[in-house]
Ligand binder design. Structure first.
Ligand SMILES: Nc1nc(=O)c2c([nH]1)NC[C@@H]1CN(c3ccc(C(=O)N[C@@H](CCC(=O)O)C(=O)O)cc3)C=[N+]21
Length: 297
């Protein structure tokens, strides 16, 4: 029997509706600042959709564009100015930066209070220590999707995260651990990866290899939350055409899994929804407002 699809697009829209109601309940409008360095077309598309969705949720958005040949000091000066601007609640530095710039060093300049991507050392430390803080967006989206499929209580579920990246794999493992899951982090050196993956109640492929995890990696009835967004050639659609696929091979996994996220329309839209939610949370923490109930659900 085919797995039921977890509709990330619809669930992200639900999250944004909640964010918009939360914004209405606040004393004033939160502001998200997005810094784009260079003219990478894919980054421009992402940034534009972040700006559009920020405004649709009733928040202010600031857009800072630096040329591709900007220096490290210029990028960091822009961050410093936004840190110092009391109107700004969240700062997002669009990644990747052009070659020659040090993104780790730049991210570290973002005030942890405004770190809506959850990527600074302070945010990572708070996550590890179980302290209040801003959580990385893609992993938060994965937890929300798993809860929509399985219910809010994930305790005791065996989660296998495949991939140990700083951006996704590691923080996803920690967020599922905070939900009282039993967590395994598998990676390129894991022995008999398929057998490890077949132990998973919730399988989270986050390796960046198109369609690597086939149905053989999935336990019958398991939930697959596919983090991969890979663009591959699609000659069947015509010369030079491409399409997006996940790290899981959808057609074979769909026959075995109980629930599965599609790509596109799965984790991707949740990343931006969680960014908007983080902006509200950052505004509340910075300004001493209580978090509207609708976001505590
Ligand atoms: N500081 C920073 N924070 C980020 O969160 C960040 C970043 N830099 N740089 C780039 C990556 C990528 N990313 C995506 C967000 C949404 C979709 C998304 O909504 N994708 C759609 C498909 C979009 C399409 O059709 O191309 C989907 O999966 O359905 C994808 C990718 C955020 N990133």
């Amino acid at each position: 029997m085919a797995a039921s699809r977890i509709d990330g697009k619809a669930i992200a829209a639900d999250v944004r509706v909640n964010v918009a109601s939360a914004v209405k309940a606040l004393p004033s409008q939160p502001t998200l600042a997005v810094i784009l360095v260079g003219e990478d077309p894919a980054s421009q598309v992402y940034v534009n959709s972040k700006i559009k969705q920020t405004e649709e949720c009733g928040m202010r958005s600031l857009h800072r564009v630096l040329p591709a040949n900007a220096t490290q000091a210029e990028v960091e000066a822009e961050i410093a100015a936004l840190n110092a601007d009391d109107e700004v609640d969240g700062i997002l530095l669009q990644l990747p930066l052009p070659k020659g710039l040090d993104s780790d060093a730049a991210i570290e300049k973002i005030s942890p209070d405004k770190d809506v991507d959850g990527l600074t050392e302070a945010s990572a430390g708070r996550l590890v220590l179980g302290k209040l803080g801003l959580r990385p967006c893609t992993p938060s989206g994965c937890v929300i999707l798993a809860k929509r499929a399985l219910g809010d209580d994930l305790s005791g579920k065996h989660v296998v995260v495949v991939g140990r990246s700083i951006l996704v794999g590691k923080p996803a493992a920690l967020l599922f651990l905070a939900e009282n899951c039993t967590v395994t982090i598998a990676h390129s050196r894991t022995k008999d990866l398929a057998a490890v993956c077949r132990e998973a109640d919730i399988l989270v492929p986050a390796v960046g290899r198109p369609q690597m995890l086939t149905g053989e990696y999935v336990k019958a009835g398991a939930t697959v939350i596919d983090v991969g967004i890979n663009r591959i050639d699609a000659p069947e659609r015509g010369e030079g055409k491409s399409r997006l696929v996940g790290d899981a091979e959808f057609s074979s996994c769909e026959n075995i899994a109980g629930h599965i996220t599609p790509v596109p329309g799965g984790v991707g839209p949740m990343t931006i929804a969680c960014l908007l939610q983080n902006t509200v949370l950052a505004a509340c923490a910075r300004r001493g407002w209580s978090v509207p109930d609708i976001l505590n659900a």
